[in-house]
Design a protein around this ligand. Structure first.
Ligand SMILES: Nc1ncnc2c1ncn2[C@@H]1O[C@H](COP(=O)(O)OP(=O)(O)O)[C@@H](O)[C@H]1O
Ligand SMILES: [Mg+2]
Length: 288
């Protein structure tokens, strides 16, 4: 029986807070007692590892041979063979531990060419299920409670692999007219993918992010998002907090701040509630 739940942060747009969300939800889930593995598929710049202050350390290894295997290798035709040669602990070679508790598989420059490599695989099912295969065969046996994926801010073959593997999306949205349209497009995207390949991909958590409640407009958008997304909306929004930005630049989440501002504290509370909600939804998917 497999008890490892999966969720993928996705929106076809950069800068709305996908990486921030994965980092904070990972820490929040750990605080709630779950063992979490966060995986960065979002691109070679290593944002998730940066968020936990471990990218520089890791990036230096990339220039050695020690960064092999890496997250892009797991999509290779030959991954099964490679893995069986490397033995049972192969995934341990990919994982780094962070000071803030969640385990992490960082991005790698190899992700850069991976999208087009996947595009060359003729069989669509094979093209989109490589990552699902990897998680099922190699990560599930490690018995993490939750695997969180950070996906690219655009829809490519890597994104499809992540969505397929997770079966659901966590989507941070900012409060604005453009964003409302984006979120609507997202639901259409997920339905299209689901229809094309007869897989189910749920919108499990719409997380309003960078909310500035000093404006009445933000309140209006919040209400309209809650209306449109009913079951999928997070119970609390994440406020705009300069501390979140500052903490990220120092390689940590807001949970690690010694003297967090009121907005940072509110954000952490909201992440904790979102994490709780996420667990119930990935266990029993909502029909959003
Ligand atoms: N709630 C928030 N308050 C303030 N800044 C935020 C918040 N969430 C994210 N940010 C900042 O917004 C920027 C984009 O966030 P990021 O998570 O990198 O987005 P994405 O991964 O979707 O591209 C980063 O500088 C991040 O620190
Ligand atoms: Mg990102």
């Amino acid at each position: 029986m497999n008890d490892t739940y999966r969720a993928a942060a996705f929106l076809d747009k950069g800068g709305t807070g996908k990486t921030t969300t994965v980092a904070h939800l990972a820490v929040a889930l750990e605080e709630l007692g779950h063992r979490v593995l966060a995986i960065d598929l979002a691109g070679k710049q290593g944002d998730l590892a940066k968020h936990f202050g471990v990218w520089h350390e890791y990036r230096d290894q990339v220039t050695d041979d020690e960064a092999w295997p890496n997250i892009s290798t797991v999509f290779d035709d030959s991954w099964g063979t490679i893995a069986s040669k490397l033995g049972e602990t192969v995934v341990d070679d990919l994982v780094i531990e962070t000071e803030e508790a969640p385990s992490l598989i960082p991005a790698h420059p190899g992700l850069d060419t991976l999208d087009s490599a996947l595009g060359n695989i003729d069989d669509a099912r094979d093209r989109y299920t490589r990552f699902e295969q990897f998680l099922t065969d190699f990560v599930d046996p490690l018995e993490y409670d939750v695997v969180l994926l950070d996906l690219p801010g655009l829809t490519n073959n890597i994104t499809y692999n992540g969505l397929w593997a997770a079966g659901n999306a966590i989507t941070p949205v900012e409060m604005g007219p453009f964003e409302a349209e984006q979120a609507a497009a997202l639901r259409r995207d997920l339905d299209k993918i689901a229809g094309n390949f007869s897989v189910q991909i749920d919108l499990s958590l719409i997380l309003p992010n960078k909310v500035d409640t000093r404006t009445t407009l933000a309140e209006e958008y919040l209400a309209s998002f809650a209306d449109t997304y009913g079951d999928a909306i997070a119970p609390d929004y994440i406020p705009y907090s300069q501390d979140i930005r500052n903490a990220a630049q120092r390689g940590m989440t807001a949970f690690e701040l010694d003297s967090p501002s009121a907005t940072a504290q509110d954000a952490c509370e909201a992440y904790l509630t979102a994490a709780e909600t996420l667990m119930t939804r990935v266990k029993e998917p909502v029909d959003a």
